[in-house]
Every structure is written in structure tokens, then in C-alpha cells.
Write a protein that binds this ligand. Structure first.
Ligand SMILES: Cc1ncc(COP(=O)(O)O)c(C=O)c1O
Length: 476
């Protein structure tokens, strides 16, 4: 069977040419599209009714169906008015790099299979380690996302700090604001829920140092084995940064592993203006850093960095007989020895391409712009009566709620939830909720360089209009 030549390949070439124009048109017209679109019943029935055919169908037909039924029904995380979760503005260079990588499909597990890709990945990792202030001997690799980066780093922490016998009484420290992927990772690598200590946070949602110190002391005196503190540089809820220098000092004092979850916030290191906010990150033993959040990459692009690369090798390197031909020389690396995956895509090529074309100054400006947008949102909200700021602009995030005088506290959660649902369903902007201090709040996370101050102000005005409408209805 011919799979790379002949009629099939000719048809594909034809469809692909049109696809490039369609995709570029999609990005160009993004702002005019609704931020969110969900597959209707008819579409779901059509997709389910298709089944998997025994005989294939024409490519163009399948392509057009996918465009209509699949890609048209999603939350547009790259939209300039997507303020939900952690949005993912995408550089067109990342998209192109992804397409190129998929086209040539290098096996980036080993040097022998993809030395060019391996070399690029080493360079990108070196750049990131440099920004983190890590010393010679540091390293890391690209994984699919922040959850996998946390899991990989925590495995290294466990194997560096604990013997098999000690695992049963080991304790790791997170804060009330730590991302859920950390507890999930600790669970996957064998720790019970009671081995994860949730340290309270202060008024700015940062890990409370006094409480952390006390928890470590109590665990030690009870014969338990503290082994790791997980700090966050840019929490998902509020963007707050834990006291990294203090946590670093405590970890050194007690011989604990310091992991920083910078999945969202480590990108602030690229900003000359704001990188000082992450002072203390250089004390950490490991760092998670998602490029598919604030470095404009398409999904599946996250780095896990360690100050001593041998911490990864000692828990992930394996040498079965069928991999012996792939042994490495001086300066080379087999990334399959540094993480859980054997076969792995070359995730860093698109980031390298973006960095080469845009340069780090432009990416730094993207970070600065996000911080500016959150402040713009905060100011706009503060200027309106009846609104409360729950956590002020931190990195690119601000939390707030509509809490006008006269509406009882017990009704406020439902009111704010309704505002969020209505703005998102309307398609102009997506603003979701979270919970802080036991209250349902609205949250704006603004990372997109194409978002303007006008977009922010119009979104806040719309939130206010919806709020007044629902308030009126509630009190009617
Ligand atoms: C601080 C933080 N850590 C980890 C994650 C998980 O990252 P991913 O969704 O890429 O697995 C997120 C996701 O938003 C996050 O904000």
C-alpha cells in the first residue's frame, strides 16, 4: 500500500493548502468570534452516529466535518477576551513549529534518534535554567504540562530525600492555594492524603511561614519525616507568589527539597521589569514552568527543571538491552533517562522557533502587558459601586465580586455565578468563578497580548450591566 505517494498524497496536499489559509483566517478573525461555543445536540448525534468505518471516506469530506463539528465547538483559549482558567494565547510561530514537528515527527527520547531536536531542547532548557538562576549541572526536560512537570519533580524529590523505609512516614507541605496537580502527583507516587500537609495562607494568599515552620516542627517531634515543601510562583486562583526566599531558607535549614510550581508564573522571569518578584526561586531544587500558558505555545509544552540533573537521572534512567545502541557521548543527552516517557515528541522545538523569531524582549513585553491588563481590570472594577476586589491584580490575575448593599450575603454566591454564566454564554468574553475565603468570586486572568484596555473595560462594563439586571430581578 502506498501511504506517502499517489492519489491519497495528492488529495492531502490540496486539502492542506486550503487548511493553512483557513487556520490563518481563524486567528485573524478571532476577536469577532464568540469566545465559547458548545456542540449542540444535533452535532453530538452526528459525531456519535458516524462510528468507525470499515471502508474509508474521502479526506475532504472528513476534513470539512472536523472543521464544522469538532474545531468549531470549543472554548477559544487563545481568544483575546478569554479570561477563564489560565488562557493560552498562541504565537503563530508556535503553531507553525508544531505543524513542522508533527510533519517530521522526530523521536525525541534519545540523542541517536533526534540529535538536532535534542540539541535544541538542551539549549532551551539551559536558557530557562539560567533565568531561574540555577547553577552549572542543572537541567531538565519538556513534558506535556504542569501536572506532569510537578509529578516528575516530586518523584525526584522523593528519591533524593527518602529511603524506601522512610516513605511511609514522610510528609510534604503545600499551601491552601497549591494547585491540585501537586496532591494528585503525590498520590500517584504513593503518598497517602495524610502525608500532605496543607499550610494556611496569609491575607495575600501566600503560604504562611509561621504555620509552615510550626507544622514542620510538629511533624519532626512526632517522629515523621518532612521531605519537601511545594511553593507556588503564581497561584492559579490569585497569582500570588509564596515567600520563596523564606521557604528556601527553611528548606536548607531542615534539609528539605524545595519545589516551585511555576507552571503559570515562572514566565515572569522573562520580564526584565517584573522578574525580581520571583527572587528566591534560585534556591529551589526543582521548578515546573509551562510554556503553553504565558509563553504563547500551543498545548503540550511544559518544562521541569532541576538544579542538579542527576536527581532526574537517578530515578528515571533505565538501560534495557534493546536501548544499548542509543548510549550517549560527552555533551549528549537521552531525555528518556530524565523523565517517565520513553518515546516522546520534540515539545521544545516550537518554543525555540518562537524565541528565535520573536526574541526574548518581545516575550517579556507579553508578560508586562498581562500584568498591566490585570491592573486595568482592577481599576475599572474599583470605579464601580457595589463591586468588591477580593484579591488585587497579581501577575495577570484579579478576583472580585458583585456585592451591593442590601443583597444578603447568602445570595451573593448565586448572583456572581449567574453573572459568570451569562457573560460566557453571550460569547463576548469568558469570565469564570473560583472560591476565595469561602466566597464565590469572579476571576479575570488576562494573558493575551492582543487584549486591549478597551477589551477589559468593555468586559467590566458588561459584567456590571448583567449584575444590575440580575440584582433588579432578585429584589423584584
Ligand atoms: C500553578 C499551576 N500548576 C499546575 C497546573 C497544571 O498544569 P497543566 O494543566 O498544564 O497540567 C496549573 C494549571 O493551570 C497551574 O496553574
Amino acid at each position: 500500500m502506498e501511504i506517502y505517494r499517489g492519489e491519497m498524497a495528492a488529495e492531502l496536499g490540496d486539502v492542506m493548502k486550503g487548511f493553512v489559509d483557513l487556520a490563518l483566517g481563524f486567528y485573524e478573525g478571532l476577536k469577532e468570534r464568540p469566545v465559547f461555543s458548545e456542540a449542540d445536540e444535533e452535532t453530538v448525534a452526528r459525531l456519535r452516529g458516524r462510528g468507525i468505518p470499515e471502508s474509508g471516506r474521502p479526506l475532504r469530506e472528513v476534513f470539512e466535518e472536523m472543521m464544522r463539528d469538532v474545531y468549531a465547538n470549543q472554548s477559544l483559549v487563545q481568544h483575546p477576551r478569554c479570561f477563564a482558567c489560565v488562557p493560552s494565547p498562541v504565537s503563530l510561530y508556535s503553531w507553525m513549529g508544531d505543524v513542522m514537528t508533527n510533519a517530521f515527527d522526530p523521536h525525541a527520547g534519545s540523542w541517536i534518534n533526534a540529535s538536532g531536536a535534542g540539541c535544541v531542547e538542551q539549549e532551551v532548557i539551559r536558557w530557562m535554567c539560567g533565568l531561574a538562576g540555577y547553577p552549572e549541572g542543572s537541567g531538565g526536560l519538556f513534558v506535556s504540562g504542569g501536572s506532569m512537570a510537578n509529578l516528575t519533580a516530586l518523584t525526584a524529590a522523593r528519591d533524593r530525600k527518602l529511603t524506601y523505609e522512610e516513605r511511609d512516614r514522610a510528609v510534604a507541605y503545600v499551601s491552601e492555594q497549591t494547585h491540585s496537580s501537586v496532591a494528585k502527583g503525590l498520590h500517584i507516587i504513593g503518598f497517602r492524603p495524610d502525608q500532605v500537609r496543607k499550610v494556611p495562607t496569609d491575607r495575600e494568599f501566600r503560604m504562611d511561614m509561621k504555620a509552615l515552620r510550626q507544622a514542620v516542627a510538629e511533624d519532626l517531634s512526632a517522629g515523621r519525616k518532612p521531605f519537601a515543601v511545594i511553593a507556588t510562583a503564581g497561584t492559579t486562583n490569585t497569582g500570588s507568589i509564596d515567600p520563596l526566599e523564606d521557604i528556601g531558607a527553611l528548606c536548607r535549614e531542615y534539609g528539605l527539597w524545595m519545589h516551585v510550581d511555576g507552571a503559570y508564573g515562572a514566565s515572569v522571569l522573562v520580564s526584565k521589569k517584573y522578574r525580581g518578584r520571583l527572587k528566591g526561586i534560585e534556591l529551589s531544587d526543582s521548578l515546573s514552568w509551562d510554556a503553553h500558558k504565558w509563553l504563547m505555545q500551543t498545548y503540550g509544552c511544559s518544562a521541569v527543571l532541576v538544579r542538579d540533573v542527576s536527581s532526574l537521572a537517578r530515578c528515571f534512567a533505565v538501560h534495557p538491552e534493546y536501548l544499548k545502541d542509543a548510549s550517549v557521548g560527552e555533551g549528549e543527552v537521552n531525555f528518556w533517562d530524565l523523565g517517565p516517557e520513553l518515546t516522546r515528541p520534540a515539545r521544545s522545538l516550537k518554543l525555540w522557533m518562537t524565541l528565535q523569531v520573536m526574541g526574548t524582549d518581545a516575550l517579556g513585553q507579553v508578560i508586562d502587558h498581562g500584568c498591566h491588563l490585570a491592573k486595568t481590570a482592577e481599576n475599572a472594577i474599583r470605579s464601580l459601586p457595589g463591586w468588591e476586589i477580593i484579591s488585587p491584580a497579581a501577575q495577570a490575575i484579579v478576583n472580585f465580586r458583585f456585592a451591593p448593599a442590601g443583597v444578603p450575603e447568602r445570595e451573593l454566591d448565586a448572583l456572581n455565578q449567574e453573572i459568570s454564566r451569562a457573560i460566557s454564554a453571550g460569547g463576548f468574553a469568558q469570565v469564570l468563578t473560583t472560591e476565595l475565603n469561602g466566597k464565590k468570586v469572579l476571576r479575570i486572568c488576562a494573558l493575551n497580548p492582543e487584549t486591549t484596555d478597551g477589551d477589559i473595560r468593555k468586559t467590566v462594563e458588561l459584567l456590571d450591566r448583567l449584575a444590575r439586571r440580575f440584582q433588579g430581578r432578585a429584589s423584584a
